[in-house]
Write a protein that binds this ligand. Structure first.
Ligand SMILES: NC(=O)c1ccc[n+]([C@@H]2O[C@H](COP(=O)([O-])OP(=O)(O)OC[C@H]3O[C@@H](n4cnc5c(N)ncnc54)[C@H](OP(=O)(O)O)[C@@H]3O)[C@@H](O)[C@H]2O)c1
Length: 335
């Protein structure tokens, strides 16, 4: 069995999860016929490189690579120079210019390396160009972890529901907003109170606007629209209203009438807004959960629910994408 040489770019919450999961699942993957060898890990301080495979135990205790880096190469330079088969890109998201992830993905794809990512920014800014770059170089770009974390949405639509026409997807794609709305509804507390609770729990950033203004959800709507509905849209095409105007009174009134209020992203409507959802709808999940309803012609409505974030959970979606790449390659080899 040939080793698949893997490079990881970004060593934060998700990067640590990836190293941990690849290490834990090594035996299981080999039994499936897939031998993944992590040969490099890079963050903004440098790169750990080991041609024979990195010893995960040696780096998992390190928050950054500063004390363990074996070379000073980083970013695009490391992606291009290291002879890997597949690059996992998990640097911070920027949905305005897509960097640094966009440069990493372009460097990887143009040098014939598959890319698997949890980073929304490059896909929001440049999905069409990245997809073409992958096709031109005979490699794959996979991004299940960018929408709904561990919830299998993209692969469900692309593969499992392959014979269906998909009319639309509506969902809760931001766990922080869902937590805030759930707490406001359950406790009758105002938005500011629920937000500071989420911040105390480390769930919301000091500047929470990316989540609560609906920016994160809109980025996911762009990814779903372009990847699953061939829509070729930009972020500015999405009509976005966040949750800052939702009051405990509105939530209480909704509850009286049998509804909850949720921040819903809708494709192909291209909207993000707080909406009434019946309390008994499978979409009406509580806390930090994400959910998505997929409206189809043959299968009716299918709803998936899962954890939208988390180190191991996001790494799980990344691993699923890696396995899918090598299963697809095997099927291609047969035909
Ligand atoms: N956390 C989640 O549960 C979750 C879920 C789904 C998707 N995502 C997405 O996954 C990505 C990673 O998230 P995260 O939570 O792991 O973020 P994070 O903890 O901030 O980690 C980002 C990592 O990238 C490194 N980095 C920054 N600039 C770099 C560069 N130019 N070259 C190489 N490395 C660089 C950072 O180094 P320094 O910290 O030293 O700057 C850090 O190691 C993001 O795009 C995020 O939106 C996260």
């Amino acid at each position: 069995m040939r080793d698949v040489k893997v490079s990881l770019v970004g060593y934060g919450v998700v990067g640590h999860g990836v190293v941990d999961v690849l290490n834990r699942k090594k035996k299981m993957l080999r039994e499936m016929g897939l031998s993944l060898k992590l040969i490099s890990v890079s963050d903004h301080t440098g790169t750990v490189f080991a041609e024979d495979g990195i010893n995960a135990e040696k780096i998992l205790g390190e928050r950054t690579l500063q004390n363990v880096a074996t070379c000073s190469m980083k970013g695009k330079e490391a992606v291009s120079a290291i002879d890997s088969d597949l690059v996992i890109e998990v640097t911070p998201t920027n949905i305005v210019h897509g960097q640094p992830g966009l440069g990493h993905m372009e460097a990887a794809l143009s040098s014939g390396k598959h890319v698997v990512t949890s980073n929304k920014g490059p896909l929001v800014v440049s999905y069409g160009r990245l997809k073409k770059l992958a096709e031109d170089n005979g490699v794959m770009l996979k991004f299940e972890a960018t929408v709904g974390g561990t919830m299998p949405l993209i692969s469900l639509v692309e593969r499992t529901l392959g014979g269906n026409t998909i009319y639309g997807i509506r969902g809760i794609f931001n766990g922080t907003c869902n937590y805030i709305l759930t707490r406001m509804a359950e406790e009758g507390i105002p938005y500011t109170h629920a937000l500071s609770e989420a911040q105390d729990l480390g769930m919301a950033e000091a500047d929470p606007s990316y989540d609560v203004e609906g920016v994160d959800t809109a980025g996911k709507v762009v990814i779903l629209a372009n990847a699953l509905f061939d829509m070729n849209i930009k972020y500015s095409d999405v009509d976005v209203i966040g949750i800052t105007g939702v009051t405990p009174e509105a939530l209480a009134l909704a509850r009286k009438r049998g509804y909850v209020i949720k921040l819903i992203g809708d494709v192909p409507a291209l909207t993000v807004r707080p909406m009434l959802v019946p309390v008994d709808s499978p979409l009406a999940v509580a806390g930090t959960l994400n959910s998505a309803a997929i409206y189809t012609d043959l299968s009716g409505t299918i709803t998936v629910t899962g954890l939208g974030a988390g180190s191991i959970e996001t790494a799980s979606a990344i691993l699923t994408d890696i396995i899918s790449i090598y299963r697809t390659k095997r099927i291609d080899a047969i035909f």
